[in-house]
Design a protein around this ligand. Sequence first.
Ligand code: MTE
Ligand code: HPA
Ligand code: MOS
Length: 772
Amino acid sequence: MKDNNNNNKSKPHESAVGHVTGKAIYTDDQRLPHGMLYLWPVLSPYAKAKLLKIDSSNLDNILGFVTILTANDIKGNNNTGTIKHDEVLLPADEINYWGQPVVWVVAETENAAQKAAETIKIDYEVLTPILTIKDAIKNNSVHADKNIMRRGNITNVLQESEFILTGEIEISGQDHFYLETQVSWVIPNMEDHYQVYASTQHPSETQAIISEVLSIPRNQIVVTCLRMGGGFGGKETQANPTAAIAALAAQKTGRPARVRLKRDQDMITTGKRHPFLCQYQVGFNSEGQLLALDIDLYSDGGWSADLSFPILQRAMFHLDNCYYIPNLEIRGQVVKTNKVSNTAFRGFGGPQGMVIIEEIIDRIARQLGLPAELVRERNFYHGEAETNTTHYGQEIFDNRILRVWEEVKLKSNFAQRKIEIAQFNQNNNYQKRGLAITSVKFGISFTKTEYNQGGALILIYLDGSIQLNHGGTEMGQGLQTKMLQVASQSLGVNIERFRIMPTSTDKVPNTSATAASSGSDLNGQAIKNACKILKKRLSKVAAKLLNLDEPQELIFDQDWIYCQTYPSQKIEFNQVVKQAYNQRVSLSTTGYYRTPNIYYDPKIGKGRPFYYYAYGAAVSEVEIDGLTGTFKLRQVDIVHDVGESLNPLIDIGQIEGGFVQGMGWLTMEELIWDELGKLKTFAPSTYKIPTIKEVPKNFQVHLLQRAAQDGVIYGSKAVGEPPFMLAISVREAIKEAIAAFGKTDSVFLASPATPEAILNAIEQVQLKLVDS
Ligand code: MTE
Ligand code: HPA
Ligand code: MOS
């Protein structure tokens, strides 16, 4: 790890010590009230069925049993769907996926709830499920019509292209595997108010869904999230059903109630990264230049729509990655299957779009016998106007693709190592190495324009201590640390003065999800705005105390308030606070921010959906064992653009973590459903995520220097998601190594690149050697 930002901004995560000592408190560790009830679900044993009868007649004999929750208990809307209202909370007649919760048992203890759940008998009429994207296409099982983006003229240019390739790419899903599973508990009071504690990335939406389900106004409900043990997109919408069930139990019984999913229940019932299928035809010239690309893109939405439409749309926005594609048509569709409802996951469709274009470019390079990095370079966005404008009409005003690319090539010694690896491969029959470089351009902003707003609330107390509230949630990404830094810098006071408050809907209302990597951008600006308001008020008071009549010239710095022209004229922050109170000047304020200058018209597929782009490039080197199909990641070099970093330590952590999570997705995490639609990989024993052992020993992360971004909080850039996609370099490096086992003109590697997939691919390139 390298911190090449030489300053004091590298503050450790504000909960770092708490994380490693176990003292950091999560939703389920908070002091639970007396008389808390526990819930346990009854899960459907079929992927598709009619629900005929629920027999709960024997439950009263079970010690501690209180009641059950079924569709009949819902006073409001039996629906948690946020975009398309198609997601029942409790099924009334139809079962839509294996493991769907049908009934929840409420009891005095978790054991009693589980025991009662096992006693419930349910009759079903079993139906035939739709389980794959191809199956869904055949049966026209879809969530909506196709979404189309196009530029130029596909048909003519394809016909006239020197070369054409046709193919198919399948991309697998990924479980979030946050360490803290979905959890919520709710305290009702006699006046029909509900205090909800939930591990949610979107407290305001959790509040809204509970309000719908319980049929009470939102102001009766307070949703609070202290911190999450990871979210990764998996708690953007899918925290809502858990909290809604706990609230429903509280409403029915009038007692506090708690839902905490066991790991297997979480993996069985919650949505994952969307698997994608892509069928394409690409036209190119002998230089490897892309001329026209025609694509059908399908994502597996699962049983309900959830966030599938914006996720598919982000995949379509990122299908170009860093490449100018003059003629392009993408037809995207979300198909409906009898599986969990797939949802947001770091990158939000971007990774799938980028894997597709990188795969296509690799196939072109192999077909032409050109180095993949050369074909990549030849297709980069460049210049001005047309060749630097995306297919959705956004000009890339601050194009840093070549900068990160050239820098990582140099830093990794790419050219020299490529020669060394070729030599190594010549001399070794069973081990082969591969080296690859890929880059990332990721659009920052919610594509749902109205989400691009943030709010803050700052309260200064008379002893000079301060409470800081904002709309974002902490999930390990270090948002709170950064927000404390922004507040301290903006108000010019010591960071120790602040207590960061749990995110709560009674402090900042109508907040957006903490997602799209924009937590710091939106909430940071709102905090800065609040500080500006407070400074203006305090300036007037301070100016009087300093006998000055120009308050706007005052500087707030490190707990002192100065006069700019006569710096010896200064006064302590605390003194000004006390005097402000005495003069009846308010010491609290809200702050607000909305991202300017973004718009998008989905009808024509054009606009400027992103405020800016984040860039990065990575070089990965792998070694494959041809006998076992396993690989080792030998070295990774990254140059990533975080603008002027708010906190280099945290940003480097985000880059490392995102990269390793992306590598897990592409190389080892395998979700397997059987022919009846049962998920077979619902535990860490069968679902392998990367461990410290998979982290490359030689892992160099460099932040792009002199990279301040105009108009973003203190020149910084969003960092949460973009580095995830740098892991595509690992997949490409694996293909390079596979190619070295045989004939190199094509390598078809399934995703994820498990040992089995790698062995299959090796066999194919070796067979071609025999054939030719
Ligand atoms: N980092 C940690 N440690 N845990 C997480 O759950 N979520 C990622 C990313 N980094 C996540 C994380 C996702 S999906 C997003 S969108 C961003 O953090 C959200 O936080 P931000 O907007 O504050 O960057
Ligand atoms: N990213 C993440 N979450 C979202 C988005 C997005 O672009 N749009 C709506 N929810
Ligand atoms: Mo992140 S997938 O936008 O929560």
